[in-house]
Design a protein around this ligand. Structure first.
Ligand SMILES: [Zn+2]
Length: 351
């Protein structure tokens, strides 16, 4: 399930379209906000509005019916250059995507921007997960940001702006896109045919980010969290949970099987980290009704404060290992081991 429209960001886009009409749109934007909030959809929408034969829309979205709109929707507009590392099967965005390097394939930003616009209007570069730009690539991008050229727009899209160099930020206008909210996320899932209870759960766990809610649903998060809970509650040993983990299925769309395995591990560990964090928040007095995983706070098996800290730390470490490209299944295994409650040692029998 993919959402076509960036719901909930209409106002921000209207402001950007107005700026484009009045020729005061910045040449570099940084779209920030939570994962799955619709940031990249909004960036695509902005590009479509710039390309639209009717010009940037005065109200509502681009017409969607003209040639440029159709080409933009079909990802075949010649004046847009997209870098989408995870879809390309890359963990990081390397220098070769920004400037020409011998032996590199797939095109780069400098060469793209050196071309005349094919349709005579804007040229747009969209960088998804821009925090994955390595330092070399960020430095190379700075040069482009210094002299962007006329009718050029670069949109960096990221949920982790803190990982971009301050010099990048100083050259970009930051555009904050909040998660559109639980209600909208739930409605979008329902409209896509997701059963009501699962739509509600996924929307809540996503904290109102529709893309994240959709991913949670597709990846079988409900079954993943059930497994997490059974280990925490001591119903399954870590060893049993590892077996159950390998049997869990979901849709982890990735270009290579290894990327799919990493995505699977990330989804599980993110869910575990979120749930443990919510247990900690509830312990600190936050209202469980306002927490995504607040329903767990009243369980009989809730770990002690010390156990919670240890479990959280291990899960965070495992999550980091997955990002560092270490074996994802081993990282999940270690996290499951840390989640297993410490059993009281069997009492010694005295003779
Ligand atoms: Zn159009």
């Amino acid at each position: 399930m993919r959402f076509d429209e960036p719901k909930g960001h209409e106002q921000v886009l209207a402001g950007l379209f107005a700026a484009a009409r009045e020729d005061r749109l910045a040449h570099a934007l940084c779209f920030t906000g939570p994962d799955g909030a619709g940031k990249f959809l909004a960036a695509e929408r902005l590009a479509m509005g710039l390309f639209c034969a009717k010009g940037p829309p005065v109200s509502g979205g681009p017409c969607g019916a003209c040639g440029p709109c159709k080409r933009a929707r079909a990802d075949s507009h010649p004046d847009v250059f997209v870098i989408d590392p995870l879809a390309e099967g890359e963990e990081e965005i390397k220098l070769e995507r920004i400037t020409p390097r011998t032996g590199a394939s797939g095109g780069n930003v400098s060469e793209f921007l050196a071309l005349k616009p094919m349709e005579g209007g804007w040229r747009v570069v969209l960088v998804r997960d821009a925090e994955r730009l390595n330092e070399e690539a960020q430095n190379a991008l700075l040069k482009t940001l210094e002299e962007p050229g006329a009718s050029t727009l670069l949109v960096l899209v990221t949920a982790r702006p803190d990982l971009l160099l301050p010099t990048i930020h100083s050259r970009c206008v930051r555009v904050a896109l909040a998660a559109p909210g639980e209600e909208l996320a739930r409605a979008l899932l329902l409209a896509a045919g997701v059963p009501a209870d699962e739509a509600a759960t996924s929307a809540r766990w996503s904290r109102g980010a529709p893309g994240a809610a959709s991913a949670l649903h597709r990846r079988g998060a409900v079954r993943m969290r059930a497994l997490f809970v059974r280990v925490l509650a001591g119903e399954l040993t870590a060893a049993e949970a590892v077996d159950a983990w390998s049997e869990l299925e979901g849709d982890f769309d990735a270009r290579t099987p290894s990327a799919g395995t990493r995505l699977r591990a990330r989804t599980f560990l993110d869910l575990a980290i979120e749930a443990l964090s919510d247990l900690r928040r509830a312990r600190s007095g936050l209202d469980p009704a306002r927490l995504a995983h607040g329903d767990l706070a009243t369980a009989a098996w809730v770990p002690s404060a010390a156990a919670l800290e240890r479990q959280l730390e291990e899960c965070l470490r495992a999550r980091q290992d997955v990002d560092l490209n270490l074996a994802p299944d081993a990282a999940v295994e270690r996290a499951l081991l840390a989640l297993e409650p410490v059993r009281a040692p069997a009492p010694r029998t005295s003779r």
